[in-house]
Write a protein that binds this ligand. Sequence first.
Ligand SMILES: [Zn+2]
Ligand SMILES: [Zn+2]
Length: 221
Amino acid sequence: VCRRELGPYNDQALCRICIHRIKPNSPPFCLQCGRSLESRDFAYRYCPDCRHTVYHFDRAWAVGAYDGILKDCIHQFKFKGRVDLLPIFTELFENFMDSYMNMEEFDAIVPVPLDSAKKRERTFNQAEILAKAVSELGGVDLITNNLLKTRRTHPQSKLSGRERRESLKNAFSVVEPSLFKDRNILLVDDVFTTGSTLNECTKLVLSKQVRGVSCLVLARG
Ligand SMILES: [Zn+2]
Ligand SMILES: [Zn+2]
């Protein structure tokens, strides 16, 4: 990020100064999407976007805001394959989960899937790598390859909110519903932008007799 030369004992992808410049979200959080609330919104308990949108999940947690260094790092991780950023993300998750979440509430961690063509292009699913870290930190079962994305959708960033929702309809499927049944599921993804993907996954998972669905993301847009 800053191009400063890393010292011989720094095995991280960022220098300590840049790591400390990543500002994690702090409470009060929007009760729906997990954003840090601005002081003018404290009384509402929801951020301005969430006052007009209802999602199907119980709530979402977001470690940070999708901007600055964290956004750059997520881009490098996702599109340039810089998996050496994972220890930094893991540390952010660990601090956030210790401070604000009770992981005993959850019975299973489920990553938001990529369709198979995209997974081949990218060679890995970034959400799956993050979900594995969350599962290990929280001591909660990781369930992969049960929630699948079975249809390729248009690049979400180029669509309006309504087009996103349309394009995601019926794009996901569950292989073995009994693996989700009666469990309280925590869906994990890298970024929450409009929430359409998380919402669509939640709708499907809720139809499999789960106890509840919440979401945890690295960054909220
Ligand atoms: Zn730096
Ligand atoms: Zn919100």
